[in-house]
Design a binder for this molecule. Structure first.
Ligand SMILES: Cc1cc2nc3c(=O)[nH]c(=O)nc-3n(C[C@H](O)[C@H](O)[C@H](O)COP(=O)(O)O)c2cc1C
Length: 335
């Protein structure tokens, strides 16, 4: 069955499925596996130091044959990362938070494609004028930091209605082909998935973190601002861990008075200390107390029962989407 949409055409995909950025989990190996499965993935830039971003992008590009995008979180000035990505030949960009307009202009002038992750219909109304190519509607059930003002079921069609014809990709709460078909029915041209791909064999997230996703139920999740850098208010959904539980037991004290604040729980790959309450998600080679770091996950944890390869996940999405379409067709006949 063909799932051709404006998204598959723009990114040359077999299925309208992309992996959103997953912090350090979006490694060269992971993005290579996405590219080779007929899909597509985005790397985050937030964890790449300015000095190494060009080298890291070159490694990813080699693994993914140039088929990948980069996410720029505009809570800080990302012009240097944008320039490095353009220099490295990256042509697909994902922007969120902050003032996207100047970045869109630079990317469009360079002939690139822009995805803009938003959480309200009001933002969707601006997308066309700004020059955005694809909107990513991020429902509040998403794993990690989220901007959605409502869950996907109601947010996505509201954003589609407000988008003035700019195509919309659905993020948040989707883990299989049933979710893909539902998103297409609600007006999306594809899906943007996070939590399901964290629990893939190739993602460079910590194996213990992947197992926590497999074991978790939706009731194990908490919505918090605990792991934000001070002053940046963006809620995030995580699996309850020791850092959260200890903070909760202490009466949820404000930043500066939280238990274990300033305590080093690990080291970043560049040797810098990683402190409790930092935003960094547990990565594969992380030493120390990985469980104390934020275990970002969305409500799809209830649908994820094992760690699979990217190819298996994509094949499963295709098969379950076809089955869902078959059920709908039978339903129509039965009526
Ligand atoms: C570990 C992790 C890290 C993430 N990091 C980013 C990021 O740096 N930038 C971004 O735009 N979205 C980020 N996201 C959000 C995803 O791109 C995506 O919107 C979300 O995971 C979709 O919801 P789902 O988890 O229900 O599939 C992250 C999600 C996870 C799980």
């Amino acid at each position: 069955m063909s799932f051709e949409t404006v998204l598959t055409k723009a990114l040359d995909l077999r299925v309208p499925v992309v992996a959103g950025p997953l912090g350090r989990g979006s490694s060269a190996e992971f993005l290579g596996a996405m590219a080779h499965s007929g899909s597509f993935g985005f790397t985050a830039a937030a964890h790449m130091p300015e000095e190494t971003v060009s080298r890291e992008l070159a490694e990813i590009s080699q693994a993914a044959n140039g088929r990948f995008g980069i996410n720029l979180s505009l809570v800080r000035d990302r012009r240097k990362w944008l320039a490095a990505a353009l220099e490295a030949g990256v042509s697909v960009f994902s922007l969120w938070q902050g003032d996207v307009e100047p970045y869109v202009r630079v990317i469009k002038d360079a002939g690139g494609l822009v995805f803009w992750t938003i959480g309200t219909p009001e933002e969707a109304k601006r997308a066309k004028d700004i020059g955005v190519d694809f909107i990513v509607s991020q429902g509040e059930e998403a794993g990690g930091h989220y901007v959605g003002c409502a869950p996907t079921m109601s947010l996505l069609p509201a954003i589609v209605d407000a988008a003035n014809g700019v195509p919309v990709v659905a993020a948040g709460g989707i883990a299989d082909g049933r979710g893909l078909v539902a998103a297409l029915a609600l007006g999306a041209c594809g899906v943007w998935m996070g939590t399901r791909f964290v629990a893939s064999k190739e993602s460079a997230n910590h194996p213990g973190y992947k197992q926590r996703i497999v074991a978790a139920r939706a009731t194990d999740l908490v919505e918090t601002e605990l792991f934000d850098p001070v002053g940046q208010e963006c809620p995030h959904r995580v699996i309850r861990n020791s850092t959260f539980s200890t903070w909760e037991a202490a009466g949820r004290p404000a930043s500066g008075q939280r238990p274990g604040e300033g305590e080093q729980i690990s080291r970043f790959p560049n040797g810098k200390p990683l402190y409790r309450y930092d935003t960094a998600a547990a990565w594969g080679a992380m030493e120390g107390d990985w469980e104390a770091s934020p275990l970002y996950a969305g409500t799809t944890v209830g649908l994820i029962h094992d760690v699979k390869s990217v190819a298996e996940i994509v094949a499963e999405i295709e098969a379950t989407a076809e089955a869902a379409l078959g059920r709908i067709a039978n339903f129509r006949v039965a009526r």
